[in-house]
Ligand binder design. Structure first.
Ligand SMILES: [Zn+2]
Length: 201
């Protein structure tokens, strides 16, 4: 336990910031000090933005996306094609694909990947709701945009089995996704190419 350098309110701010991905204790101290110095321009607006987000954030009951409305903006967007559905592990992957901007479709967020070693089974993921959506009959193609990891591919195989009885084309990302790669880290061009060159399973 290191020596305290400030009062409990500031210590708490530092401790919470240190839990943000990409920040460690050192960066958290720097960030906290920066926020405190920019109290009017940054600390106060950030505090109220966080409170607004905490008050309004919802999980979309259709697709599992996060937004401030349920169903989310993507699910309710009338300009999106409804015959194609992209399945992703996490909202960060959905955001990456939206940044790539190559397809105007809807998504289904699994909320993770199958990982028996970590105790994550099919019931822990949004797979049942995916099967229900496909069963409605409107979706003609399901693109499995899962990560190129062992767990991601295991998840893809499981979903393919679950959808085997439906009249739906199942494809997955092709070139450009490095083995072991996480979608969120790919540049938009690579991701767009991987989508265009998707292959049937
Ligand atoms: Zn949605």
């Amino acid at each position: 336990m290191s020596k305290r350098i400030a009062g409990p309110e500031i210590e708490r701010l530092i401790q919470l910031l240190a839990k943000v991905p990409g920040l460690g204790p050192r960066s958290a101290r720097r960030a906290a000090l920066h926020l405190i110095k920019k109290k009017e321009g940054l600390l106060i607006p950030l505090g109220s933005a966080m409170q607004d987000a905490a008050d309004k954030v919802r999980i979309c009951s259709t697709c599992g996306n996060v937004d401030t409305s349920d169903p989310c903006m993507i699910c309710t967007d009338p300009r999106r094609e409804r015959a194609t559905l992209i399945v992703v592990e996490d909202v960060s992957d959905l955001w990456a694909l939206e940044r790539a901007g190559s397809m105007n479709v809807r998504y289904h967020v699994l909320g993770g990947r199958l990982s028996p070693l970590d105790g994550v089974g099919p019931d822990d993921l949004n797979i049942g709701s995916l099967v229900s959506r496909v069963a409605e009959g409107e979706i003609k193609e399901v693109i499995l945009a899962v990560n190129a990891t062992v767990e991601g591919q295991t998840t893809a195989h499981y979903i393919t089995d679950q959808l085997a009885d439906f009249d739906v084309r199942i494809t997955r990302l092709a070139h450009g996704v490095p083995v072991g790669g996480e979608l969120d880290y790919l540049d938009e061009g690579t991701l767009a190419a991987a989508l265009r060159a998707r292959t049937s399973i």
